[in-house]
Design a protein around this ligand. Structure first.
Ligand SMILES: [Zn+2]
Ligand SMILES: [Zn+2]
Length: 374
């Protein structure tokens, strides 16, 4: 009991002593200057402690900003990943609805009213286009874009990926949605729910091209029917309303839906296909477009000219994208469904063998400095 009392008294004495010392520190003879000095020391100590606990030689303001925005990135990436499934279902549903309307409304009219050679052309072209769209969409969504090898040590690298902690070969970039490094990354496409990279770039481009062609074909083929259907729907608001049956009204609305959807997609996707064609002509991906523009500006200020190391000539760039090695490949590999892999392994980007510059290609610009974009 006595021990308990003693320890209680001892505790009070300690607290009083600490309080006395603190009061002396604050109001003592040494004044405010001393307090400020102590606080500065305390602040330095805590800063050193924090730095020693979280020390990283790669840490800079960008890393800190990245860390602050990490929850927002996480949310956006996960939403995009989740919406990717919805977008793929949307593409399949809209394409199926268009095909269904063409079979139910447009094709019977073509079979009834067109000359035999036009009927044959519509049947052949329509089905070939549908086959190409379906094939390339399936391949673009199901083919892996390609990732740098984890084990191989002989891969020529340009930089290190801070997220994967692996060496990055040229043209490789990290996709935050896939959370992996992608060989010759172009972009992450939510409509495919997949990254567009070295191994599926051709399928993505062909899908855009054939889908645009298909939409242009549908909107041109159904233009007369659309005008008739539009006039019929407009006239239904008059009094007395024309006696259209339910199936006729459904037919009119289906044709209007078909024409509006296909012509809008033709415009939007046509623009995208044109943009990707221009980038292919220049030997760039969507990611490299921004990097190369920055690099060209930087070198221009130094009085130097930027040269894209992945430009092999306009036609050769398309040959590399389509995997065309001889003339017959333009038919067998571009105009027909083909699962051939692209030229090269996506790790080394030397000029492919057997591809000579096209005669009409402009000569490479005279430059004094060659810059390799990562
Ligand atoms: Zn990575
Ligand atoms: Zn991705």
């Amino acid at each position: 009991m006595g021990g308990v009392t003693r320890s209680w008294r001892w505790l009070v004495a300690r607290v009083m002593r600490v309080l006395l010392r603190w009061t002396r520190l604050c109001c003592g003879v040494r004044g405010r200057g001393h307090v400020a000095h102590r606080l500065r020391l305390l602040w330095r100590y805590w800063r050193l402690l924090l730095k020693s606990l979280y020390y990283n030689s790669l840490c800079n303001s960008d890393t800190v900003l990245d860390a602050v925005f990490e929850p927002i990135y996480w949310l956006v990436d996960n939403l995009t990943r989740w919406f990717g499934v919805v977008f793929v279902c949307l593409v399949v549903a809209l394409t199926s609805s268009v095909v269904l309307i063409v079979y139910a409304c447009v094709l019977p009219l073509i079979l009834e009213t067109y000359a035999p050679h036009w009927v044959l052309w519509h049947l052949c072209y329509g089905h070939w286009n549908l086959l190409m769209v379906t094939f390339h969409y399936y391949k673009a969504t199901s083919t892996s874009p390609g990732h740098p090898p984890q084990e191989r040590r002989d891969v020529p690298t340009v930089t290190m990926c801070k997220k994967c902690i692996i060496p990055k070969p040229a043209r490789t970039h990290h996709c935050s949605i896939c959370n992996r490094c992608i060989l010759k990354m172009d972009h992450h496409c939510p409509w495919l729910n997949n990254c567009v990279g070295h191994f599926n770039h051709r399928h993505f481009f062909c899908f855009c091209l054939y889908m645009t062609m298909g939409c242009v074909y549908c909107s041109i083929s159904s233009l007369d029917m659309f005008i008739d259907a539009y006039n019929a729907v407009e006239s239904s608001y008059q009094t007395p309303a024309p006696p259209y049956t339910f199936s006729e009204r459904l037919h009119h609305k289906s044709i209007i839906y078909l024409w509006v959807l296909t012509s809008s997609v033709a415009l939007a996707l046509g623009g995208l296909t044109l943009w990707h064609s221009v980038m292919t002509l220049r030997g760039e991906t969507s990611v490299e477009r921004h990097i190369n523009r920055k690099e060209a500006k930087r070198l221009q200020q130094l009085g130097k000219v930027f040269r894209n190391p992945y430009y092999f000539g306009r036609v050769n760039n398309f040959k590399i994208l389509f995997g065309v090695e001889k003339r017959s490949h333009w038919v067998t590999r571009v105009l027909l469904p083909s699962s051939h892999p692209p030229l090269g392994d996506g790790l080394i980007w030397d000029a492919p063998r057997g591809l000579t510059p096209w005669p009409s290609d402009p000569p490479p610009p005279s430059w004094t400095h060659t810059s390799v974009a990562p």
